[in-house]
Design a protein around this ligand. Structure first.
Ligand SMILES: C[S@@+](CC[C@H](N)C(=O)[O-])C[C@H]1O[C@@H](n2cnc3c(N)ncnc32)[C@H](O)[C@@H]1O
Ligand code: SF4
Length: 372
């Protein structure tokens, strides 16, 4: 089984924190859709004929696309690949795009999971990070999606935003209590290169929230999700009724995937590849019949470290039996010593090792110790 990711590199405007590849203009939108369809053909062999279990439209802002454009890409995928009977087909959407016609249209063409970027439910914070919607509009978008028949709705919230103190964060969590969502992704604000916040920080006009305060907000989040029936299955991801993100879980479980569109990454265990992140260059290359991308061969030590890095973020953790089949004995011995050293932070049973929930906030430090 494998997955396809489609990157839509357009946004209505750039949020001040966001370093994902997108441009604030829809110039060349239809050329881009054609290039994406053509790249799907050019790379039809990348997954070696494996059946597709999940498709994910990410961005940028996939909800900028017309329904016909999304359908065109989906039809192209279906004409090339075999899809499982119950695929997960997700689309990242911005609240301001979610009107009734759009929601009905995308549901009719097979989108069955929405990931809605809410970020905050405080209007001052939304302005501070340059979002285009209000808190009320975000709530209405989620409720409308449910009313139209979406049963698998995820939302994104960001914690650790300066000015979004604990009382505002608590209010955010209280406001989402009644929302009909099955999934929540919540990341700590990171200051990414080439963003308005990183430039402000360089000029001394912006300071990050101190780590102990953002850690407190993470703990409030984890506590809130427990009380509200969510399962904590990855450091920053929580679901109800077992509705994990099957697409992202495939990444964390080291499964191959094909990434299409500018800046998209692809992975097939031995190599990692990433497409050029310049829209005109990407389109020109594809129109000329080739893919502008870079390829990195992954040596076994890189595979070992990355396996630890992704698997230990999840509740399933690492599988020592599987690792024995893939990696040299000496590396496993190194790992066993580290597992003993960090046993207070770990759950261990049946050849499985995962990080205890209360230690997840320091997981990066623990995982770095496990690397070879
Ligand atoms: C690639 S964005 C696309 C989502 C969609 N365009 C939107 O804005 O709603 C996916 C998510 O990543 C998260 N994100 C992006 N940049 C971030 C940052 N610097 N720190 C924390 N979370 C970030 C946001 O929660 C966002 O919803
Ligand atoms: S968060 Fe979403 S809307 Fe904002 S710039 Fe990033 S991709 Fe675009």
């Amino acid at each position: 089984m494998s997955s396809i990711y489609i990157h839509i590199p357009f946004c209505h405007s750039k949020c001040y924190y966001c370093g994902f590849h997108s441009v604030a203009s829809c110039k060349d939108q239809s050329k881009m859709v054609d290039a994406i369809c053509k790249e799907l053909i050019l790379r039809s062999d990348f997954l070696n004929g494996k059946t597709i279990e999940t498709i994910y439209f990410g961005g940028g802002t996939p909800s900028i696309l017309k329904i016909e454009e999304i359908e065109k890409i989906l039809n192209q995928i279906k004409s090339i690949h075999t899809i499982v009977d119950n695929p997960e087909i997700s689309l990242e959407a911005n609240p301001e795009d979610l009107n009734k016609d759009f929601l009905i249209g995308i549901k009719n063409i097979g989108i069955n999971r929405l990931s809605i970027g809410i970020q905050s439910l405080n209007d001052d914070i939304l302005k501070f990070i340059n979002r285009r919607h209000t808190a009320k509009e975000a709530i209405e978008a989620v409720c409308l999606a449910k009313e139209i028949g979406f049963d698998n709705i995820s939302i994104d919230l960001i914690y650790g935003i300066p000015n979004q103190d604990n009382s505002i964060w608590e209010e955010n969590l209280r406001k989402i209590e009644s929302l009909p969502i099955s999934h929540l992704s919540s990341y700590c604000l990171s200051i990414d290169d080439n963003t308005v916040f990183s430039k402000k920080e360089e000029r001394g006009e912006f300071s990050q929230m101190p780590e102990d305060e953002s850690e407190m907000q993470y703990r409030m989040l984890v506590e809130w999700t427990k009380k509200n029936g969510f399962e904590h299955y990855e450091i920053s991801n929580f679901c109800r009724d077992g509705l994990i993100s099957r697409h992202n879980t495939a990444y964390w479980q080291d499964k191959p995937y094909l990434g299409i569109g500018p800046a998209a990454h692809s992975y097939n265990i031995e190599t990692r590849q990433w497409n050029c992140s310049n829209n005109p260059k990407y389109i020109k290359a594809i129109e000329g019949g080739h893919i502008a991308n870079e390829i990195e061969e992954r040596d076994l030590d890189v595979q070992f470290n990355e396996y630890l890095m992704t698997s230990l973020r999840t509740k399933w953790g690492i599988n020592l039996k599987e690792m024995e089949e893939r990696f040299p004995k000496a590396w496993l011995e190194h790992l066993s010593k580290k597992i003993i050293k960090f046993k207070l932070h770990l759950n261990t049973s049946d050849n499985k090792v995962s990080i205890k929930e209360e230690s997840l906030f320091i997981s990066d430090e623990i995982i770095a110790e496990f690397f070879i």
